[in-house]
Structures are given as C-alpha cells and as structure tokens.
Design a protein around this ligand. Structure first.
Ligand SMILES: NC(=O)c1ccc[n+]([C@@H]2O[C@H](COP(=O)([O-])OP(=O)(O)OC[C@H]3O[C@@H](n4cnc5c(N)ncnc54)[C@H](OP(=O)(O)O)[C@@H]3O)[C@@H](O)[C@H]2O)c1
Length: 230
C-alpha cells in the first residue's frame, strides 16, 4: 500500500458520538491544548483534506497556526502550511471561503466530472480543480495526491469523508478526541453514518495511544500496519 499517502484521520466527537450540533453555530468540541496538538499534527503533513460540506459549514482556515511550526517547515524547504484539499460533487464552493483565501498553500479541489467546468470557472485563480470522475473514488484521489508529492495526508472531516475513507480501508491512523459533553440531537451529524467497516467485533482496531488533554481524551487508533503502534 505504498502507492497512496499515509492517511491520518482526525476528528473530535461528543460523548454520544456527534461531530457537531444542529445549530447554525460552529460547535467547539476540542479545547485550546488539543487544538495546539492538532496544529502540530498538521505541521507534520503534506496536505489536509476536508469535504465540501465542512468548507461550507465551518469555513475552516486549515493553516498551521503556530509561527514557530510554520518557520520550521519553511526551514525544511516546505511551504509554511500543508496543501489544502477538498472534494465536491456539485461544486458549490464559495471562492471567498477561508479555505481559498487564507495562507498561500496550494489548494486542490477534486470535483466530479459534471461540475468541473463551472467549478473551474468559479474558483479560477483560487484553486486547482481536478476532474475526478463520477463518482469521485477516494482511492483514485489518494493516488492522484501521491502523484503530486503528497506522502502524508491528514483528513479532518466531515462525517461523509471520514466514513468513505474508513469503509474503503484507506486509513492508517485515527485520532479520535472525546469531548466531555453530550449533544443529544439526532439532527446533528454523527462521526460516521451507516456502512460496512473493516473494524468490527471480529476485527478490533489497535489502540496505539491514549492521552488526556485537559478535559478531553485523545485515542489514537492504529488502522494499518503502517501505523507505528508503540
Ligand atoms: N468535530 C470534528 O472534528 C469535525 C471535523 C470536520 C467537520 N465536522 C462537522 O462535520 C459536518 C460536515 O460533515 P458532512 O458529512 O456534511 O460533510 P463533509 O464530509 O465535510 O463533506 C461532504 C461533501 O463532500 C463532497 N463529497 C464527499 N465525498 C465525495 C465524493 N466521493 N465525491 C464527490 N463529492 C464528495 C460532497 O460535496 P458537495 O455537496 O459539494 O457535492 C459532500 O456533500 C459539519 O457539521 C462539520 O462541523 C466536525
């Protein structure tokens, strides 16, 4: 499996497994210390991927926040922040979203074929829009990223994207952060939806690490032999 980048999935959930609530506001599940840990993980990757739903809903910057970590990357001959990657079927992406306007990292949009032309026009000068077929196959996307020099990819959500990488067996490591409260609203997105996962009662995932970070807990699961479980 060396023809695709190392894939690290990262997300935070409530105690009842929600990624968000159903309000219009962004729900803060993590805490400052954990966000700093996430920043360090970002700084160690070549690219960060989120689904178009997360770009629309959360308007994330997806840059390395720490000036020291940005400087260290630059000193190693890397861009200050990893490339930003998203995937869309319909191409409904706002060119003024922070994904496109913050930082100077490369931005790549994997777009389903029927929407490529209009998306390319909408995002001209803001991103490289790649015709990714119909439907977009995560394995193909990973192979394409490998061809662009991405060796280590961080996937930061949302539910749909995380579910696809997990069910396809295209994940090496999962960083799951548990926030100390409940959402309790079935209208909110859960970590993942229904699906057939490679990890089930007959094939349990390996815990590589647990760490308390203030009031949250990080569980690092090794999902492939590529993940160092020590
Ligand atoms: N707690 C956390 O750590 C965390 C992290 C990230 C996100 N979130 C939350 O997760 C929620 C968003 O999750 P979500 O499932 O709605 O969105 P998502 O996974 O971010 O994005 C889903 C969208 O991505 C595109 N997409 C995904 N797979 C595709 C494929 N194979 N081919 C073509 N397009 C594809 C589609 O975009 P189009 O609709 O454009 O076609 C789809 O609607 C938000 O509430 C956000 O706050 C939480």
């Amino acid at each position: 499996m060396t023809d695709r980048p190392y894939v690290l999935l990262s997300c935070a959930t409530s105690m009842d497994g929600y990624l968000d609530d159903a309000s219009g506001q962004r729900l803060l599940l993590s805490n400052e210390a954990d966000l700093d840990r996430v920043d360090a993980v970002r700084a160690g990757c070549d690219a960060i991927l989120v689904g178009a739903g997360t770009v629309r809903r959360d308007d994330p910057r997806l840059v390395v926040r720490s000036a020291r970590r940005r400087a260290e990357r630059v000193a190693r001959g890397l861009p200050a922040s990893p490339a930003k990657v998203t995937v869309t079927g319909c191409g409904d992406l706002d060119p003024t979203a922070r994904f496109f306007t913050t930082g100077d990292a490369d931005r790549i949009v994997y777009c389903a074929t029927p929407a490529v032309q209009k998306t390319g026009e909408r995002l001209a000068g803001r991103a490289t829009v790649v015709d990714a077929g119909e439907p977009v196959d995560p394995a193909w996307l990973l192979a394409d990223l490998a061809g662009r020099g991405v060796d280590r990819l961080m996937v930061e959500g949302g539910a749909s994207v995380l579910g696809q990488f997990l069910t396809a067996g295209l994940a090496d490591e999962l960083h799951l952060v548990l926030a100390p409260f409940f959402v309790g609203d079935g209208r909110a997105p859960r970590f993942v939806g229904d699906g057939t996962f490679p990890w089930h009662p007959g094939r349990r995932a390996r815990v590589a690490e647990t760490r308390q970070i203030g009031d949250v807990v990080l569980v690092r699961y090794a999902l492939s032999e590529r993940c160092d479980a020590t």
